[in-house]
Write a protein of this length. Structure first.
Length: 219
């Protein structure tokens, strides 16, 4: 059965989350009090509803107990975010993700029941900054305060050698979890297959190890 998610609030963040989930094969229900935004997205998601995200009756109409999760993307209106978070938890939705603009707002939303807080503006700013100063990494995505995922071009000395030969995990403490070749992603790379020149590796590791790996000459 396809997973079902609700996205409350259709700013740029909410819209991006909704469309990405829909494109990944999920059933997505969206809610916003803007008629124009609902009209624009209505044919791109499973269900679009014009309503106040803090309206109990409107939220109940989404059938909360059938949802796998909800994303509350209304950080510009803290009161609405608090009400929506509380109502969603009362409805028994197992995963409530709330967008926050800062740590204070995040702490409040967490206290009223949010399972996870996201800071899109802060996280994107950090991601862009790290990508700018990194010499080797093409992209840097923080997975937690200790771990990150990065994209890196296959090092010249690795091209033509297999992951088994390179022994990145044993020697460097990093894990290659995917390879991108000609725009196609392989998330189950064959450890015996030679790495292609011009390919891109998707790597996970601790921030400390990744920073050291980026700052030194690749082996």
């Amino acid at each position: 059965m396809e997973k079902q998610y609700a996205v409350l609030g259709l700013g740029s963040f909410g819209e991006s989350v909704a469309l990405t989930l829909e494109n990944m094969g999920c059933d997505v229900l969206v809610m916003d009090d803007s008629y124009e935004k609902i009209q624009e997205i209505s044919d791109k998601v499973s269900y679009a509803m014009k309503a106040d995200v803090a309206d109990p009756e409107a939220l109940q109409s989404l059938g909360g107990r059938n949802l796998d999760g909800v994303v509350i993307a209304v950080s510009e209106n803290l009161e609405a975010g608090i009400m929506a978070t509380m109502l969603c938890k009362e409805m028994g939705i197992p995963l409530v993700v709330a967008k926050a603009k800062n740590s204070l707002q995040g702490a409040i939303l967490e206290r009223v029941g949010a399972d996870r807080i996201v800071y899109p503006e802060i996280e994107m700013g950090s991601r862009v900054a790290k990508s700018l100063v990194s010499r080797e990494f093409m992209d840097w995505i923080e997975l937690s305060k200790d771990y990150s995922m990065v994209e890196i071009a296959v090092p010249d000395k690795w091209a033509g050698r297999s992951l088994a030969e390179v022994s990145a995990r044993e020697r460097l403490g990093i894990n290659v979890v995917g390879i991108i070749v000609d725009g196609k992603i392989d998330v189950t790379p064959d450890p015996q297959k030679p790495l292609p020149e011009g390919g891109i590796l998707i790597v996970i590791g601790t921030n400390e190890i990744l920073e050291k790996f980026d700052s030194r000459k690749r082996q």
